[in-house]
Design a protein around this ligand. Structure first.
Ligand code: B3K
Ligand code: ZN
Length: 850
């Protein structure tokens, strides 16, 4: 399939200032009539080009006269003589048969839309590109019993009741011009949790979160997060909401996490529904983070949108950064930053190091759905964060103000964003723009020496080639660093923000009379890989003393990686863990940080550090270290469990931190294997007041070979039968198990009546999770790869977007030994050789093979 190139971008030949849509809903066959006011854009004689997919067109009219339309593939050309015209269509679509979950589809009897990136073309003929902005009027008519609630973007207008055949209708108008990817419609039997918000200029906004009647109480956390987000965006960015209503709908079948449709956000229910009984602390954080993210898109995405899909990070990187800032402000900023960094390194770094590497502004793609990646989102957010660090909070605000002032109502580019930042702050971001073009993770090698008492540090940046990009130039980045006294354990002097630009940057610290250790890339100020020599003693010291939480956590990670890379006695790690744990119990560190620091790097992350992943060796050494930490500190873990458990259901940072640390303690205790620990886990499982604690006990038990494990797994399934988000957890916890029978269990679970490949969450909960289980997904005989290949091909016929995501883990084949690599490639080749495989999957599998 042909690639689409940034270099080929041309502005739209025709604009569509106004659209009216009329939906006559029915699950089997929905009729959509459309009326487009089109206007020639510029001086040319090219036809109007429209996109359409799976549309049964019953009539077309140009300026009121019927015309014959003959689509070529998924495009339709209409020759127009004047400079403006009215184009009308009636098409028929089938939501019930739409398993791709793009366009209008059915989920649990409701009708919902997903249009980003290119789903609107499955609803009606339209120039389906983000730089065509229109004002929409939408009439929705449907059976009043089946679809009592009818929602679309904007504000509700006329309501028609008592129509023939038990039907009713509602008309919505959205005054804000928007690209069609932000169009949304929802119809169904829904109940709302309602609330209100008064904006900074005193306007009233009606808020509603729609779901089934039974789930309404589970929307309270999302509602609180929505109100907090609205207030935060006013306080921090001066951005006010701009409609009289804000609606959110939770649905169970959804490809992504959520969607920022103007005034009508549609969410994967996983990111709305939460109560202590069914959601873990991290689920609660996920709900708040995604609600905030989608809300923040109202300005960064909707009011100012993307010119073309190459600019996706313009809205996504910026909006992720904004939601990260928001979450940091709401809870423990330090722990939040560590979690973001951990996520970035777990997913984005490997992406940047493999065949799927691309820059945050790619220059070509085959299927845009494949570019909703950790690079666009999370590395994109890191790039924005660096800008924030370079220009400072006030400069950044001046930059965003100017960006909104210049571009409100426009579809723009990453260049427009950087230019606004530059103009508002007077800074030179010329070299900084390379971050938008270059793929791959830069490395920074650190060399340190003393000259006349002064500490001289040389930072050397370099970057390996990535597919299609052989030459890399040095990038401009802020590198925060400080000195820590090796005797005093205190920071010496001020922290420095070094602006690296050249390949080599020399940094000089004034003479100090104490030996020092370097605290590097504090706050993870630049998304790079650090190469610095440090002994285990030095790392242990920094893990106990660095005054920057990210750097302190990083020292512990580096120490763990150093120990786990060898068969050495893990004693150094055990004592560093003990010291941090003691600092926690003594109240010197908060529990959430301690819980975070106690977690060993995952097997995948350990694997990422070496040129070749030693699957069995990593598992064996990590298990041995876990056992050493568990048995060496058994008394301390019991003490921690006693100190930190019983924090109830509160969602304060302190209570969440306590639960985290208590569950880490429980996991180590179960790992040490005493009967008392198993009994404690069983009791915690049974008496848990929160899903965090119930899941904590279940995860600890699931790796054991005990009757407790089987009893708790069975109870969990029975207890939460019918609750989709919780049953997903039941699949995931088993797919991630370290037990040797995991593969067989996953195979059996794939045949379980609750398993379904049509539901993206369920598919991810089992197959996606299993692919992250390094030890058993990478079983030497290739059975894990085969399972993934089978699932991928089965899903592809139903939902190509879901299927394409499953190709990613196989793309890491170069990092494994020849035998495994061949088995992984064999699955990718099997996929590319399958007839009628989707464009989504074909692109991913072919890129993964390179
Ligand atoms: N903008 C949507 C992404 C939809 C994904 C489509 N494949 C969600 C978000 O980033 O907010
Ligand atoms: Zn987004």
């Amino acid at each position: 399939p042909g690639a689409i190139r940034l270099a080929d971008y041309a502005p739209p030949d025709w604009l569509v200032p106004e659209v009216s849509l009329d939906f006559r809903l029915s699950a089997g066959s929905t009729r959509v009539t459309s009326r487009l006011v089109v206007r020639r854009n510029g001086n040319h004689d090219r036809p109007l080009v429209l996109d359409g997919q799976n549309l049964k067109t019953s009539f077309a009219m140009l300026d009121g006269e019927p015309i014959d339309v003959v689509p070529v593939g998924e495009r339709l050309e209409i020759a127009i003589v004047g400079d403006a015209a009215i184009v009308e269509f009636e098409v028929e679509i089938s939501p019930a048969l739409n398993t791709r979950l793009m366009g209008l589809y059915e989920s649990e009897g409701r009708l919902v839309t997903q249009c980003e990136a290119e789903g609107f073309r499955a609803i009606t003929w339209f120039p389906d590109r983000p730089d065509v902005l229109s004002v929409y009027t939408v009439r929705i008519e449907g059976d009043a019993a089946l679809y009592p609630v009818l929602l679309s973007n904007g504000d509700r207008g006329a309501v028609e009741t008592g129509l023939a055949g038990g039907r009713h209708a509602v008309t919505w108008t959205d005054p804000w011009p928007k690209p069609c990817y932000l169009f949304a419609l929802v119809a169904g039997d829904l109940s709302a949790l309602r609330d209100g918000f008064t904006t900074m200029s005193g306007r009233q906004v009606e808020l509603a979160i729609w779901t089934s009647a039974a789930d309404v109480p589970r929307c309270a956390h999302a509602m609180a997060a929505l109100k907090a987000s609205m207030a935060w965006d006013e306080a921090i960015y001066g951005r006010e909401y701009d409609l009289g209503a804000f609606n959110i709908v939770a649905v169970n079948d959804f490809n992504a996490g959520a969607m920022e449709n103007k005034g009508l956000n549609i969410f994967n229910s996983k990111y709305i529904l939460a109560d202590p009984e069914t959601a873990t602390d991290s689920d609660f954080d996920g709900v708040a983070g995604v609600v905030a993210h989608e809300y923040f898109h109202n300005w960064t995405g909707n009011r100012v949108t993307c010119r073309d899909w190459f600019q996706l990070s313009l809205k996504e990187g910026l909006t992720v950064f904004r939601d990260q800032q928001f979450s940091a402000d709401q809870g423990s900023a330090a722990v939040r930053r560590i979690e973001d960094v951990r996520g970035l390194r777990a997913v984005q770094f490997p992406e940047d190091a493999g065949p799927l590497a691309h820059s945050i502004r790619p220059d070509h793609y085959v299927e845009i759905a494949n570019f909703y990646t950790a690079t666009i989102y999370n590395k994109g957010a890191e790039v924005i964060r660096m800008l924030h660090t370079l220009v400072g909070a006030a400069g950044f605000r001046a930059g965003t103000d100017l960006y909104f002032e210049r571009h409100d109502g426009q579809a723009v580019t990453c260049e427009d964003w950087v230019a606004a930042m530059e103009a508002a702050t007077g800074s030179d971001l010329g070299q900084f723009r390379r971050w938008y073009e270059q793929a791959g993770t830069p490395r920074v090698a650190v060399h340190e020496r003393r000259e006349a008492g002064k500490v001289i540090v040389e930072l050397v940046q370099s970057q390996s080639p990535t597919p299609g990009q052989a030459v890399k130039l040095p990038v401009h980045m802020p590198f925060r660093m400080a000195l820590i006294g090796r005797d005093s354990g205190r920071r010496i002097g001020e922290e420095r923000v070094v602006e690296m630009r050249e390949a080599v940057t020399r940094v000089e610290f004034d003479a100090v009379d104490e030996p020092v250790l370097l605290s590097l890339n504090r706050g993870f100020s630049a998304p790079v890989i650090i190469e610095a020599e440090a002994s285990r003693t030095e790392l242990a010291f920094l893990a106990g003393h660095d005054d920057d939480p990210s750097a302190r956590w990083e020292a512990m990670q580096r120490l763990a990686l150093s120990v786990l890379a060898t068969d050495d006695d893990p004693a150094a790690l055990v004592s560093a863990v003990a010291a941090t744990l003691m600092d926690g119990t003594a109240g010197k560190l908060d529990a959430a940080f301690v819980g975070e620091a106690m977690l060993l790097p995952t097997e995948s992350f350990i694997g990422d550090q070496a040129a070749m992943v030693d699957v069995e060796g990593i598992h064996r050494r990590r298990e041995a270290a876990r056992l050493a930490i568990a048995t060496g500190l058994e008394a301390e873990w019991w003490a921690a469990l006693r100190t930190y458990s019983g924090s109830g259901t509160a969602l304060t940072p302190a209570a969440k931190g306590a639960r985290r640390l208590a569950n880490v303690a429980l996991a180590y205790l179960v790992g040490a294997g005493s009967a008392e620990a198993l009994a404690a886990a069983r009791i915690q499982y049974e008496t848990a007041a929160t899903m965090t604690d119930r899941m904590g006990a279940l995860s600890a038990l699931v790796g054991t070979d005990t009757p407790e494990r089987d009893a708790c797994l069975a109870d969990f399934h029975a207890r939460f039968a019918g609750n989709n988000d919780v049953i997903d957890k039941w699949f995931t916890v088993q797919a991630l198990s370290g037990r040797p029978d995991t593969l067989a269990r996953v195979e059996a679970l794939a045949r379980h009546p609750d398993f379904s490949i049509t539901n993206p969450n369920r598919l991810r909960s089992l197959v996606g999770a299993f692919a992250a289980n390094q030890r058993w997904f990478h079983a030497a005989d290739g059975a894990g790869y085969r399972l993934l290949g089978d699932q991928l091909l089965a899903v592809d016929r139903i939902n190509p977007q879901s299927a394409a995501r499953l190709a990613v883990p196989l793309g890491r084949w170069r990092r494994f030994d020849a035998a495994r690599g061949a088995l992984m490639r064999a699955q990718l080749e099997r996929v590319t050789a399958t007839p009628r495989v989707s464009r989504d999957v074909l692109e991913m599998a072919s890129r993964a093979l390179v």
